[in-house]
Design a protein around this ligand. Structure first.
Ligand SMILES: N[C@@H](CCC(=O)N[C@@H](CS)C(=O)NCC(=O)O)C(=O)O
Length: 259
């Protein structure tokens, strides 16, 4: 076993997990991958029990691939249902398993806005994808090739400039949304209560400004993502968005978030 495939005590290895029933949640061990942090937070907020299973970031994860057909994280497997990997299908499963607290607004207008903005954070060409590709491009410029395999895994064909422009545009849009909400007297990104959108932003904002160690554990290299990306962006991380995610984490989750 190499250091990169050591299964930390909080996780169950794939070989064991695949023989279990119930909800299995595959997460990148030791790395706060934002899609995984968000999925975990949703199940935790709803009080849905799950078995955490280890994925190893940037590794082939052959056993996982053989079990689920996927090698990245998060992956959610409920009993013998199909493995779920997309942010939206994981959200809808969580709502189905435990409707309260609802993380998808009941009103169709708010629901459409919430899902659209969530795609802008989590989906292809969204904040997370674009920030990650920008990071890989900057690392390549500096002659670092450690993440080349991941770059191929997540390639979208976008140029560095397109990635930076997308990150700028999405962060600006979220900032304006939060300003409108604050003016209306809400401290949530949509409506006047917690939705999945607040959770996605909490998880993904670590790529701009890492949460304090007492709020979210993460390796040092992950804390360097924001300082690496921000000089390539047109503006500093908006304070209103960072304050909002800190508030969401403190109010709705048991801290520190672990990985
Ligand atoms: N399946 C997710 C995306 C998941 C994803 O991008 N996972 C990354 C998190 S940074 C990952 O597992 N990276 C490490 C790896 O690929 O080994 C979705 O499209 O909704």
């Amino acid at each position: 076993m190499t250091a990169s495939t050591f299964v930390p005590p909080a996780y169950v290895p794939v070989a064991e997990a695949r023989n279990l029933t119930g909800l299995r949640l595959v997460l990148s061990a030791g790395v706060p991958g934002p899609w995984g942090v968000a999925a975990k937070a949703m199940f935790d907020i709803k009080g849905i029990p799950y078995t955490p299973v280890a994925q190893f970031a940037a590794q082939p994860n052959e056993e996982l691939l053989e079990w689920t057909g996927h090698n990245n994280a998060p992956i959610v497997v409920l009993d013998d249902e199909r493995a779920r990997t997309g942010w939206a299908e994981i959200l809808f499963l969580a709502e189905r398993l435990e409707p309260e607290p609802a993380l998808i607004p009941a009103s169709p207008e708010q629901r459409a806005l919430m899902l659209g903005l969530s795609h802008e954070i989590c989906g292809e060409q969204g904040f997370g994808w674009s920030a990650r590709l920008l990071l890989f491009a900057i690392q390549e410029e500096a002659g670092q090739t450690a993440y080349t395999s991941l770059k191929n895994r997540y390639s979208s064909g976008d140029s560095v400039e397109q990635c930076a422009a997308r990150v700028d545009a999405i962060v600006g849009m979220l900032e304006r949304q939060m300003e409108r909400q604050a003016t209306a007297g809400s401290d949530y990104l949509i409506g006047d209560s917690l939705t999945a959108l607040d959770i996605y932003w909490m998880a993904f904002s670590n790529m701009l400004v890492a949460m304090e160690p007492d709020a979210c554990e993460m390796p040092d290299f992950y804390r360097q993502i924001g300082p690496t990306l921000l000089p390539r962006l047109s503006a500093p991380a908006p304070a209103i968005l960072i304050e909002q995610r800190d508030r969401i984490a403190r109010r709705h989750l048991k801290l520190p978030l672990g990985c």
